[in-house]
Design a protein around this ligand. Sequence first.
Ligand SMILES: Cc1ncc(COP(=O)(O)O)c(C=O)c1O
Length: 353
Amino acid sequence: MTVSDWIRPEVGALTAYHVPDATGFIKLDAMENPFSLPSALAPGLADALAAASLNRYPDPAASGLRDTLRRVAGIPAEYDLMLGNGSDEIIQVIALALARPGATLMSVEPAFVMFKVIAELTGLRYVGVPLTADFALDEAAVMSALARERPAVLFLACPNNPTGNLFDLDVVERVIRAAPGLVVVDEAYSAFAKESFLPRLGRHPNAVLMRTLSKLGLAGLRLGYLAGCREWLAEFDKVRLPYNINALSQAAARFALTHHDVLAAQAAVIVAERERVATALAAMPGVWVFPSEANFLLFRVADADRLFASLKSRKILVKNVSRAHPLLADCLRVSMGTAVENTAFLSAVESSL
Ligand SMILES: Cc1ncc(COP(=O)(O)O)c(C=O)c1O
């Protein structure tokens, strides 16, 4: 007997999600908020956590947290709200609910890698439609792929990862109208973008909106949410495992969200840093910076592998995406850190080029 006799071949073909060890590095590879909660809030957080009943299962519906989220994010009462252990889990829940034999999950390429990984794991056929060379939605290509493949679900991240740009929301709406199945608009980076799909959601019964608190400063809590009409969310809620949001995450998130102004102020600093770093990078010879509405920048250089290695030797960790897709040739992705970290990154790039 060998393990591979029993493991599903799709699982055997995968490699486990690898997170490089960042000990001792300036960590600019994972789109985290570089700022922690201010220490003045620590006693309040400690009280909130101490009050959680760890001997009991958590509130399975996380009602208190959902109410807080609704208020802070301005989610109208007409939409249902489902929480996930990170938006990764929500993607998995949606895929599991839609994975009828032969069904298709579609996204664009390059996009967030988990769309494809979760499609493969849940037995959905995956189809990726390439973006244009400047990473816009290729409307004609998406339209013909929708007609040809008839996907059960289309995932569109706005802003997109790893490119950072926000798709034209008028095009997104036309795509949703043409989609035969569900469209998930993934706004993981909405805190840094100048426009949201939320005001348009009500026009589209086949669209849902997914967000995460990870990029806003709460990555350690693992909390994502899905907003949309009850018909879809009631089905997805059957797939969600009970108690998927643990009691400490519920308590900490409720506490942090009652101080949402602090997180919003941090996001504003990150956006200002993004503009400063983009301008400085673009002024360097041989560096091409792509427009970003997220908390990271994608940029192209003559030799991404060489620059990545040089930054690493200077203890700066960015993400080398140059082999992830042909459209990303010689591209690196840098998440925004503190002003000091970003300045260290810029001078390391300058002396490496
Ligand atoms: C576009 C997009 N969606 C979803 C996620 C997953 O976020 P989380 O599982 O931390 O909520 C990410 C993370 O990088 C992302 O880039």
